[in-house]
Design a protein around this ligand. Structure first.
Ligand code: S3P
Length: 166
């Protein structure tokens, strides 16, 4: 089965995804990395060169390509829920979508301390980021088969909780 992790930037999708894949003995796919390998530009560079809209369409295509392969744990980009076609693709019953929930404050602290500067974090004000975070909540919930509150939990605990629900 394909497992897709969704959630806001900095929530820990990659860390949790790698550990989950390891425990399940499945390949791990980082969608941002796949994007970079396929398009020859990081999501940030691509957005800068073209537009966020074009990035979202390309991101959808990369997701679709990955979902055509069997059995993997896929860590998605935080904005994968932006396009309705990407949301529709993920709600297909063949995939198990896990929403990693976190408080905005916890998320923001992590993002600020992260050396992997994200274009939206550097571009948007704190208020705009909060607005984006709020807007995305309903979309994450729409696509999710399971929501896990990550606040104060270690990646190991989060992975255990996911495995118990599979
Ligand atoms: C984005 C999140 C990033 C990356 C891109 C856009 C977003 O992924 O796809 O910079 O819109 O939230 P992470 O969630 O892995 O940081």
């Amino acid at each position: 089965m394909q497992i897709i992790l969704v959630g806001f930037m900095g929530v820990g999708k990659t860390t949790v995804g790698q550990l989950l894949a390891q425990q399940l003995g499945q390949p791990f796919v980082d969608l941002d990395y796949e994007f970079t390998m396929t398009m020859g530009a990081t999501p940030g560079t691509y957005m800068h060169q073209f537009s966020e809209e074009q990035f979202r369409i390309a991101e959808y295509q990369i997701l679709k390509k990955q979902l055509a392969k069997p059995n993997a744990v896929i860590s998605s980009g935080g904005g994968i829920v932006t396009l309705p076609i990407s949301r529709e693709l993920m709600t297909d019953s063949n995939y198990f979508v896990v929403y990693l929930v976190s408080d905005f404050e916890v998320n923001i602290k992590r993002l600020i301390g992260d050396t992997n500067a994200r274009p939206l974090v550097t571009k948007l004000s704190r208020n705009d980021l909060h607005h984006l975070w709020q807007m995305r909540q309903k979309h994450y919930h729409t696509v999710a088969d399971l929501s896990i509150d990550t606040n104060g939990k270690t990646p190991t605990t989060i992975v255990e909780q996911i495995i118990n629900k599979l």
